[in-house]
Design a protein around this ligand. Sequence first.
Ligand code: ZN
Length: 703
Amino acid sequence: MIRPVALMLLSAVPACAATPVSPPVVEYRIAVSLEPKEKMLEGTEHLVWRNPSGDAVSELRFHLYLNAFKNNRTTFMRESGGQLRGDEAGNKPGDWGWIDVTSMKIAGGADLTAAGEFIQPDGNDPSDQTVLRVPLPSPVPPHGEIALDVAFRAKLPKIFARTGFVRDYFLVGQWYPKIGVYEPAGMRHRARGGWNCHAFHANSEFYADFGNFDVTMTVPSRFVVGATGKRVAETRQGDRTAYRYRQDNVHDFAWTADPRFVVVDFPFDPARDVPPEVAAKAAKELGLTEKEIALKPVACRLLLQPNHGAARERYVRSAKQGLVFYGLWFGAYPYETLTVVDPPDDGGGSGGMEYPTFITGGEAEPVLTRWPFERVRGVEIVTIHEFGHQYWYGMAGSNEFEESWLDEGLNTDSEYRSMALFYGPRDMAQLPGGVGMTSYAFAHDVYTRLPNLDPIDSCAWCFASDSSYAANSYMKVGLFMAQLKNDLGADVFARAQRAYFQEWSFRHPDTTDFFDTFERVSGRDLSTYRKNVVDGRARLDWQVVSARSVRADADYGVFDTGGKKATYDDGVLVPSGGKSAPRREEQDRPKTYATRVLFGNTGDWPHGAKARMVFTDGTVVERTLPAEARWVRFRIAYGSRLAWAAVDPDRQNPWDWNRLNDSRVLDTGKGAARTLGVRAFVKYSAFVAYLDALWTQILWALA
Ligand SMILES: [Zn+2]
């Protein structure tokens, strides 16, 4: 179905983010203490939940994420097999994690503790205890509210899948009883209101409502603590210290404690930290003034491992680059603080993760920050990516369970663009001699090695494999967004993406909302992208199927001349009876070549491409291969031979599947045709690299 597209002016891009919903759906006041030896948390939680719908809500649902790590029968452990993101779960008796709600009462009212029951809303693993359903004695009326007092005890797992402890380093995420999202009818295009509260799945991340957090963490005083939001109080009680943090308009809260953290404060000051040429570029693309996209100061803090000094400046620089790129292009970072946690070498499972105003880095182990590995920009990529989640999930609060592409994918695109902006064409790795790696080449490599079993838009646990989840949620979206950017033009794309962020800040958008905004701002029907690329798994593969160029000025064969039959070979009359006849044409006649080039799209996504044919005299012929064509054949009679033919010569189709078949080289010549050697070498090298990868796979298969 083609949806009607309203033609809107590009000036429809709001300069400021949507304001948070007020009063917020959730308000948490939590007091928690950490017993570092036992790896235990003991806490109380006062929760106010406001019914955002016109429905009377007769039960509440809570995530108890830590129960994913309770035993090997949970949904998470069954799906992950105890392995996630290259990390392995501990299976010693002290490695498991769990959470108990020891008491739940309506504030000043009924005790709900005994009524709670574990449910499996996704229909699997009856022993899974990551979702708690609590029936209420009387429903929360439409747009009414309920206040609860909850007590809980939790044992943290040995670090695995983002959270837990190693020695006395703690990264405390997904740790408190967290209410699910009650989605009113219409939100994310659902027909009827209802709870959206999934089990904790291996590949899935999270989804929650926006609100205000006020959290006090009490730990032994030797610990250095960092958390979501701003520290508002610090109280010493004997040998323990209570740290109180507050943050409004976020949907999660995480914290960390480690006695060895080196505290590095690095205030972000827009006057000093925004490169003027970058601000000018953003303003130009967005059609806004530099004043309209001005950024705000942020109190940034890095909690660094003592043996990671070599990564210190790289963390600081890349966090600021994140604040600059995302802030200028999408909207100023609205929070006062940003905390970057550097995990220890044995706590890598907690690295590369995002929470509101609080992120964890990675790739900072001493071996990775020394020659020659320091030339791979791991610290920068992870820091910019995790910072970027402040936007794609942190503020544009999509459902990470059901549509991981809207956070991981959009963020991958933004990460690639930031890296290219600040580090140039070899952004991922820069080796001596101009050799390096770009994010897009990496993404394309991952895409083409994929069996391509799934579409981009799928629930996180519905993908065929971990690698299918990863490629579809991250790299494929990076390529899709690059394709969209090339097709719409950088300015239109930038304006549409800013509009999407601004309109959906502190809200919960879905895939339809994404396309609606992009269609409205661009004035284009983008249904082919949704159908083929996001909801489908269509490939695009324009190629030069064949190319031929032969002399066509000379006659061959039998001709009737003056009532007699004469036979010609290469324009020369073949003598008969020993008598030579005059040539049909002079040998120095003007040359003509018959060139025939067949271009074809063997992919199943109808999308156009540019064709370029270069002749030996330097003449360049360009044609557009239309989206609806399966193949296009050109027959050209011209005075020079074809030197080479290529499809998508300017690499405007990041979605194109196979680049080895994009050109044919026949000859060399003048101007643009003087590249036979280079082109042949590049093609040969690419082919060798392809064979090498194939060979490696065969070896792996044998091993
Ligand atoms: Zn991510």
